[in-house]
Ligand binder design. Structure first.
Ligand code: PLP
Length: 367
């Protein structure tokens, strides 16, 4: 077995190619959390015809694109800033607020901590406890918020736990934060996959809370991580102005600008995606839960966190066995509060999910 100290992100297929001698095109990634439908047929047909858009600079204000996103999200386009993926906006928001102390609800995506550190601040993690199904206790959180926190960061639904906080609970959190002068950044990268999106989507709250900013993008739901298109929504005009005044111009290129204007209106694709993910979420959870070797935490997003209960099996062994069969899972040992007994898989097409589960059970049987 090849032991590796670092984790493999969904985009690290080149490393796998070198280590295991498997061509990256042949690897099925259950780790990248990307919509298995791939690019929508409409976009595939439309975008090549629009290729000549790259001969001009994009609109510096991205007004039409922001209006399309505003209509899609149900918010005022003037509250929207677009960026080169959610990643650029995570960086811009954190570097512009440059918090001395940030509180991050974790285990979660590692970029928030990295950006806080790059901007000269320190981060503490507020743990979501496993016993509580990785759900948030607001009472416990409030105690931590009292300790000079300037920025609260959370991901909703959260990566890798696939748990979520309701809008009603977030109102309470935002009220506490408002009282304490804390700004809140919420990453909703996975929200469109949630069956109960209407109960957790925080965009309606941006109209009343000026201490809230929401991040989203097209990488996962629209299966376009290479396009690099993300957006931030906040009712805080001063922050929008500050970010725009410090942001490099044209970080969203003309192709992404053109594609974006179509993607957010492609309702057929959105519906097909939701149907597929709902069906496969139910199938994967039911099948894994039936095994005594695995503990499944109820997923809201398009992926599930799983704990290995079998003593002699861990996520290193499982990763190794599955990658040799050209299937890549996310070993969660690098996430804070987790270890190599945890792994994460996203929901792909049915035949692929079936093959993965079969291979997981076969590996468990051998250990
Ligand atoms: C929670 C979360 N936010 C943001 C990103 C990066 O998004 P983007 O491709 O829009 O920069 C990822 C990628 O894995 C993610 O999991």
């Amino acid at each position: 077995m090849i032991r590796h100290t670092d984790h493999f992100h969904g985009s690290d297929l080149e490393t796998i190619e070198q280590l295991y001698g498997i061509k990256k095109e042949e690897i099925l990634s259950f780790s990248a959390n990307v919509n298995p439908l791939g690019i929508s047929p409409k976009l595939k047909e439309y975008l090549p015809k629009e290729l000549s858009c790259i001969t001009a600079y994009p609109d510096r204000e991205y007004t039409e694109l922001r209006k399309t996103i505003g209509a899609y999200c149900g918010c005022d386009y003037e509250n929207i800033t677009v960026g080169n993926g959610t990643s650029e906006l995570i960086s811009l928001v954190i570097s512009n607020r440059h918090p001395k102390r940030a509180l991050i609800i974790g285990p979660t995506y590692s970029e928030y901590e990295r950006e806080v550190s790059l901007s000269g601040g320190t981060s503490n993690y507020f743990p979501l406890s496993e016993e509580n199904g990785f759900l948030l206790s607001i009472q416990e959180l409030e105690k931590e918020l009292l300790k000079d926190v300037e920025l609260l960061i959370l991901c909703n639904p959260n990566n890798p736990t696939s748990s979520a906080i309701s809008r009603a609970s977030m109102r309470t959190v935002l009220d506490i934060c408002k009282r304490l002068g804390i700004f809140v950044m919420v990453d909703e990268t996975y929200i469109e996959f949630a069956k109960n999106q209407a109960e957790i989507d925080l965009i309606p709250l941006t109209a009343t809370y000026n201490n809230l900013l929401i991040l989203r993008g097209v990488s996962k739901f629209f299966s376009a991580p290479g396009l690099r298109l993300g957006y931030a929504i906040t009712g805080n005009k001063d922050l929008t102005e500050l970010i725009n005044s410090r942001k490099n111009p044209w970080t969203v290129n003309s192709l992404a600008e053109t594609a974006g204007k179509l993607m957010f209106t492609d309702t057929d694709y959105m519906q097909k995606t939701r149907e597929l993910i709902d069906t496969e979420r139910t199938y994967v959870v039911k099948t894994l839960s039936a095994s005594p070797d695995f503990q499944v935490y109820e997923p809201v997003a398009n992926f599930v966190l799983v704990k290995i209960k079998k003593e002699d099996l861990d996520a290193d062994i499982l990763f190794d066995a599955l990658i040799r069969q050209k299937m890549m899972i996310r070993n969660c040992s690098t996430f804070p509060f987790l270890n190599n007994k945890y792994f994460r898989i996203c929901f792909m097409e049915h035949k692929d999910n079936k093959r993965l589960l079969q291979a997981i059970f076969e590996t468990a049987e051998k250990h």
